[in-house]
Design a protein around this ligand. Structure first.
Ligand code: ADP
Length: 484
């Protein structure tokens, strides 16, 4: 490991401008999922540490919100520049703790730079309204104010960009943040915090709590009345628990939860483009994203051709340690994830699915590698239709008509991302109208950027991240009426 990477791997965490151990003195190990080796021990924090961070964040927020928008913007810009300067190092830290290929890791850190830069600009555009008077002589206006202390709980699949996408708009709005990164991947959060501190983010405005389990820290973040907002990305199951925990103190919520993305390929599609899209979005991050294609719904006439081409495309990918230059795809995050994907595949096969390729883990490469897999003859009656796979398994369903596939695609409690490949213009408009999803890609599968309002409907979440709407999640309106 080169010296700069070592310098960014922290064994303490940042609270109120100080790099601290847990009050209890406890630590827990972070592992490299490609090799199983321990990278470092980090503080294993609990309720007392969380409470301390929240209290310090409250003090710091008052001063941070008083700074001008321009001052906050300049600091965020500096943060983005520092992340850019250290892009390669942050990507290496990300690959070490998460497993994804270095190319994907660089893409992720680049998106963090874009988010921070975008919200540095948005900080300058937080305007209010002057209203037409509701009575003669009144002066009425609406100010937008920072909500206050924000709790951010983030997942392990994008340990770098999920921090940027939450912290940058919060800071732009004038909030302070207590971050609880996922237990498997705290190092990217700590590396970003290091650079945030260097960029001039004041002590207490950005705090990180590392912990081997989310429960105790989450309980404090959700029940403490000082925290005014929770921004969470993770599973729908945990999102529901956190919403309940936040109810007693009526916190503002942003929830980015699970998905069950349909990927529809019609007979008239450009088949090569569809296959390319399927590879890109099904196998992105080894299938471990909430917008990964979860159900590949392919029309009867091209079903076999699609599977043949998909198989050919997969033969060009390389599974391995993300640090190797030839690796395109890395391991799954932990052994639990391997067992989960194994059991999903087994159940589908027991229920009648056919393994075209893969379907098993690859212990010869490492304990946490799962083969690129294709399951054919999958039907909506099987359990896999309702399950978020979170692994490199393409489940391919067959459909006959447009009406049938729209109904199938929408028959889920989730509503995050959907994809369709077709050349029929009328159908494109019908899909735009009828798909019950927060985001729809037509003839494209990779569209997420800082300009996009990322988020879902139904049980996929509440609120949007990124775009011109992203900063609103961290603001509240304050109406004033002055009687003359
Ligand atoms: P995944 O299934 O993708 O691991 P989770 O929803 O379990 O997603 O985890 C996402 C984040 O939520 C992680 O930071 C994790 O530590 C945290 N988390 C999990 N369970 C809880 C909980 N009960 N309370 C608070 N945070 C939690």
């Amino acid at each position: 490991m080169n010296k700069e990477v070592t310098e960014f791997i922290k064994d303490k965490t940042l609270i109120n401008g100080q790099w601290l151990e847990a009050i209890s003195g406890k630590k827990y190990p972070v592992f490299n999922p490609a090799t199983g080796e321990q990278i470092v021990l980090v503080p294993d924090m609990g309720q007392a540490d969380t409470r301390l961070a929240i209290e310090k964040a409250e003090q710091a927020q008052k001063l941070w919100a008083k700074q001008t928008a321009k001052q906050r913007s300049i600091i965020l810009k500096r943060w983005a520049q520092l992340v850019e300067t250290h892009l390669d190092t942050l990507a290496t830290v990300l690959t070490l703790e998460q497993g994804k290929s270095l190319a994907e890791a660089k893409g992720e850190v680049t998106s963090s730079i874009n988010y921070i830069d975008w919200f540095a600009n948005e900080a300058m555009r937080i305007n209010g309204d002057v209203l037409p008077p509701s009575a003669e002589g009144n002066f009425e206006f609406v100010k937008k104010r920072a909500v206050g202390v924000v709790a951010a709980i983030t997942p392990w699949n994008f340990p770098n960009s999920m921090i940027a996408r939450k912290v940058a708009p919060a800071l732009a709005a004038g909030c302070s943040v207590v971050i609880k990164p996922a237990e498997d991947t705290p190092l990217s959060a700590l590396a970003l915090a290091t650079l945030g501190e260097k960029a001039g983010i004041p002590a207490g405005v950005l705090n990180v709590i590392t912990a081997s389990s989310g429960q105790e820290v989450g309980q404090e973040l959700c029940s403490n009345p000082i925290v005014k907002k929770l921004s969470f990305t993770g599973s729908t199951e945990v999102g529901k628990i956190l919403s309940r925990q936040c109810a007693d103190t009526v916190k503002k919520l942003s929830l980015e939860l699970g998905g069950n993305a349909p990927f529809m390929v019609f007979d008239d599609a450009d088949l090569d483009a569809a296959v390319q899209g399927a590879v890109a979005i099904k196998f992105y991050n080894s299938g471990q994203t909430c917008i990964c294609a979860n159900r590949l719904l392919v029309q009867d006439g091209i079903y076999d051709a699609f599977i043949n081409k998909l198989q050919a495309a997969l033969s060009k990918l390389h599974l391995g340690n993300g640090l190797n230059p030839e690796t395109t795809h890395g391991p799954l995050i932990n052994e639990k994830a391997i067992h989960k994907v194994e059991s999903i595949v087994k159940k589908a096969v027991d229920q009648g699915a056919r393994v075209v390729q893969g379907g098993t883990s690859l212990p010869d490469i490492g304990k946490q590698f799962f083969n690129f897999s294709i399951l054919a003859d999958v039907t909506p009656e099987m359990d896999i239709f309702k399950t978020e796979i979170f692994g490199p398994v393409a489940a391919v369903y067959r459909f006959k008509s447009e009406e049938e596939v729209i109904s199938l695609a929408n028959s889920t409690n989730y509503g995050l991302a959907a994809y369709a490949y077709t050349e029929d213009k009328g159908r494109i408009f019908r899909l735009s109208d009828q798909m019950e999803y927060g985001m729809l890609g037509i003839n494209t599968a990779r569209f997420v950027s800082e300009t996009v309002p990322f988020g879902g409907v139904k049980e996929s979440g509440i609120g949007r991240e990124g775009s011109v709407h992203g900063v609103d999640e961290f603001l509240e309106m304050h109406y004033v009426c002055i009687k003359n």
